[in-house]
Design a protein around this ligand. Structure first.
Ligand code: AMP
Ligand code: MG
Length: 413
């Protein structure tokens, strides 16, 4: 039995980076950028107006005051998109719209709310400064500037930046292809009736969803019976994937054949059993570019192992620099008892209080109770040598919800 940290280091050392592929920009959100992106041109590409108003020469307005206005002759109009052919000479102004290119001669924009128009003339009642309400070329992004780093998870605003830079396609890292196998004679596919002693294969669905959340592509390969020949065939078929997740059959029961079959195939298993609860009987091998995770069958154990080992490995294969579940400081919301001889991960909700986050167990910590994981925001870490927490005691927890939860409270109400 090895500690979690050691098992995790073994897994991470076997991760190989995946190659890049080009995808249309419209499909790039949620993907990982494979190369640094630099701007091929300035954004905006030209100086333009930040306001609807009048383009002027700031020097013309020197000395303009409420009771000593300056009058300028309006010589034309420039709309967004439309160039203005002429030069704005001294003593004149152009009507200009937001986003319209700044004509030659103009060096400031006076918003329409600040002037009075009279026929072909406009009256200015205050001085201006050069550059006022003018967005300079390259103000958002300068040509040659590094805009997005390699390994970045592309979010909506990033996609917009890439669009403004003219990228119709972007290089992203190929998604890892992950095969998922459920093992067990008691398992029945969804849609089929349950006989006595039978259960639905829920792990395949939990894990497929988790794979997608981590950025991978999930392939449910179906249910494998608890016999060596079936396991042999299934593992051999899965070898072409980037990773294989099997669940069940890795413990010490009479029908737990996964370890033996992995060994027979020649997958060099790197560990079996980690000093953790839940998820102790996990085994792992890496062979010819494929990572094999023999996850325990208990639904919570399988998912906790996914969070601890599989998700970081998938993120690393995707070239992300941040791969681990974030650890946070919390206080126990109640007395909690844990197993002293290993690292126990307690499923908890998190509640924000004035003096920090409070973690409360979500109910039964049995490794078969998936509901307590479904309710959990975090896993409170109880390291070896610790037999629990008293209410209020400080600890560390892993956040296991990837998304930022929307709030029920309207922040502007
Ligand atoms: P095992 O590790 O094969 O002994 O399985 C441990 C427990 O997890 C048993 O109660 C199994 O019935 C259950 N189990 C195994 N595989 C799955 C699965 N794919 N979906 C739901 N429960 C499972
Ligand atoms: Mg089994």
């Amino acid at each position: 039995m090895i500690p979690i940290g050691e098992a995790l280091a073994v897994v991470m050392a076997e991760v190989r980076p995946l190659e890049a592929q080009k995808v249309p920009l419209g499909e790039a959100d949620g993907r990982i950028l494979a190369e640094e992106v630099r701007a091929a041109f300035d954004v905006p590409g030209f100086a333009n107006s930040q306001m609807d108003g009048f383009g002027v020469r700031a020097a013309d307005l020197a000395g303009a005051m409420e009771d000593a206005p300056v009058r300028l002759r309006v010589v034309g109009t420039v709309a967004a998109g439309g160039p203005y052919a002429g030069v704005v000479e001294r003593g004149t102004a152009v009507r200009i719209m937001t986003g319209a290119p700044i004509p030659a001669g103009v060096d400031a924009v006076v918003p329409i709310e600040e002037v009075r128009t009279e026929g072909e003339e406009v009256e200015m009642r205050a001085a201006s400064t050069v550059g006022r309400f003018v967005r300079g070329a390259g103000e958002d992004i300068a040509k040659g500037e590094a805009v997005l780093v390699r390994g970045r998870l592309l979010r909506p605003a990033d996609v917009g930046l890439l669009a403004s830079l003219g990228f119709a396609h972007v290089p992203v890292v190929r998604r890892p292809r992950v095969a998922i196998l459920g093992t067990g004679d008691e398992l029945v596919a969804l849609g089929e009736p349950l006989g006595p002693g039978q259960i639905h294969d829920s792990n395949a669905y939990t894990l497929a969803a988790a794979v997608r959340e981590a950025g991978g592509e999930a392939f449910r390969m179906g249910i494998v019976r608890d016999d060596r020949a079936s396991l042999h065939a299934a593992l051999a078929e899965a070898a072409s994937y980037d990773a294989v997740l099997s669940t069940g059959g890795v413990s010490v029961g009479d029908f737990d054949h996964v370890k033996d079959v992995m060994d027979e195939i020649g997958l060099r298993r790197r560990f079996w059993r980690v000093a953790q609860k839940p998820g102790k009987p996990i085994t792992f091998a890496a062979h010819e570019g494929c990572l094999y995770f023999g996850l325990p069958g208990n639904p919570v154990s399988a998912m906790v192992c996914f969070v601890l080992y599989v998700a970081p490995a998938l993120r690393a294969a995707l070239g992300r620099s941040e791969v681990y579940a974030p650890s946070i400081s919390v206080r126990a919301g109640e007395d909690i008892r844990t197993a002293r001889e290993l690292t126990e991960l307690v499923r908890c909700t998190l509640r924000a209080q004035d003096d920090g986050l409070v973690a409360c167990p979500t109910g039964s910590q049995s490794s078969g109770v998936l509901r307590s994981l479904s309710l959990a925001d975090a896993l409170l870490i109880s390291p070896p040598g610790r037999s629990g927490f008293t209410a209020g005691e400080a600890g560390t927890a892993l956040r296991i919800r990837a998304e930022v939860s929307p709030s029920a409270a309207n922040p502007f109400a």
